[in-house]
Design a binder for this molecule. Structure first.
Ligand code: ZN
Length: 127
């Protein structure tokens, strides 16, 4: 049984592994941080948020200071799909943004059919 978690990630409940939804590559232990199985590109934030005044003339250019913040782009090592992006202070470890209770997820899906594609929840009634 495979359960879709994000646009790019799913969990195989039988092997308890994170997988890439685009190329099916095995990424990491589902009880651990999926980012352990991804490639990381540590980007200078000025590549994304370019200075809007001349950096030769001014100390403060409205661009983020790369000594204060980095942009970490996480990509699948199998297909290169960008899975996540986060802004962190230089040297900060990757955040653990999805900690899934695998045992509860298994119980939840025990009586369900596997979905080929994600589905949206039915519309909620107006209150
Ligand atoms: Zn992939």
């Amino acid at each position: 049984m495979k359960v879709h978690m994000t646009e790019s990630l799913r969990i195989d409940l039988d092997s308890e592994r994170w997988e890439c939804r685009k190329c099916d590559r095995d990424l990491a232990d589902a009880r651990d941080n999926y980012k352990r199985g991804l490639l990381v590109y540590d980007r200078d934030p000025r590549e994304i948020h370019a200075p809007i005044v001349d950096p030769e003339r001014y100390d403060f250019t409205f661009a983020p200071d790369p000594e204060w913040v980095r942009i970490l782009e996480y990509c699948c090592p199998g297909c290169g799909t960008q899975v996540e992006v986060e802004y962190l202070p230089p040297g900060h470890p990757p955040t653990h943004d999805m900690k899934i209770d695998i045992d509860a997820l298994k119980k939840q899906w025990a009586s369900r059919e596997e979905l080929a594609e994600p589905v949206l929840a039915p519309p909620q009634a107006a209150k």
